[in-house]
Design a binder for this molecule. Structure first.
Ligand code: HEC
Ligand code: HEC
Ligand code: HEC
Ligand code: HEC
Length: 160
């Protein structure tokens, strides 16, 4: 009898481990704090990004902006949209490719003039801004909603 309950305990224990590991390995938080650790400090309020709303609700509501599904925001090293990404797949962070953790230098700090494309390729904040604001502009233009998708600083970066 003792042996049997011990065995059951072991089995339950192992099963629990699998479930817990599964949860940690596979779920993205519904809301992601975009506070990439590559930045020494964040000058602006930290953006709380409604990942789930964007990938589920908005994708269903506005399919015209989500022709590539997850690939609207996630792509590979050749900028090919990762359209068949699924919940549970490993996803690279934007910083792994858009490596410089800042906006592109402006004014006197800019040593040479970079095209918009070059800025986006290298600078993390430029890539994020282009991705977020790009789609928001298209949405605002098409729907002229009373509640606009944010394109101004404080709407995304809350005042601290
Ligand atoms: C509207 C843009 C957008 C859409 C659509 C989107 N994502 Fe994301 N996702 C992001 C951003 C931004 C991050 C944060 C990346 C970072 O921190 O570098 C992220 C993070 C993730 C992460 C976590 C990566 C990590 O290591 O923290 C996973 C997993 C993920 N997304 C999966 C998906 C899947 C699967 C879909 C489609 C069902 C999807 N995403 C659709 C923008 C999007
Ligand atoms: C595996 C590398 C890689 C990762 C990870 C990556 N990108 Fe990119 N991204 C690229 C490349 C390469 C380009 C094309 C650069 C060029 O114009 O030469 C690009 C271009 C872009 C562009 C320009 C618009 C376009 O599609 O032409 C945006 C915006 C962008 N990335 C945003 C993001 C965001 C947001 C994330 C994270 C959710 C991300 N990228 C993750 C490699 C990557
Ligand atoms: C593919 C299109 C698309 C991309 C990319 C996108 N958004 Fe949005 N976003 C929307 C739409 C559409 C709405 C408005 C939906 C509505 O009000 O019904 C919205 C609304 C919002 C809102 C206001 C409402 C809410 O959900 O909190 C915030 C904040 C926001 N987006 C942040 C971001 C950030 C940050 C990024 C980049 C990491 C981003 N979005 C990228 C489509 C997009
Ligand atoms: C649609 C949402 C959105 C809007 C609008 C927006 N940003 Fe951002 N911004 C982001 C996201 C997302 C990041 C990436 C933060 C991260 O992943 O660490 C970012 C990063 C930054 C960074 C680098 C990180 C930091 O805090 O130092 C700066 C600086 C910045 N933004 C300034 C601005 C300014 C100035 C404006 C207005 C002209 C603006 N942003 C408008 C979403 C937005």
């Amino acid at each position: 009898m003792k042996r049997k309950s011990f065995l059951i305990l072991v089995i339950v224990g192992i099963a629990t481990l699998f479930v817990v590991a599964g949860i940690f390995a596979k779920t993205v938080s519904d809301v992601i704090e975009l506070k990439d650790p590559a930045y020494k400090e964040h000058e602006k309020g930290v953006v709380k990004f409604e990942h789930k709303k964007h990938q589920d609700d908005y994708a269903k509501k506005y399919p015209e902006f989500y022709k590539n599904g997850c690939g609207e925001c996630h792509h590979d090293k050749d900028n090919k949209p990762l359209s068949d990404l699924k919940e549970g797949d490993d996803v690279q962070k934007c910083i792994e490719c858009h490596k410089i953790a800042s906006e592109a230098p402006k004014g006197k700090k800019a040593k040479k003039k970079l095209s918009k494309k070059e800025k986006i390729k290298d600078y993390h904040a430029e890539a994020l801004h282009e991705n977020c604001k790009g789609c928001h502009r298209k949405y605002n233009k098409k729907y002229k909603p009373t509640k606009k998708a944010p394109t101004t600083c404080v709407k995304c970066h809350p005042k601290e």
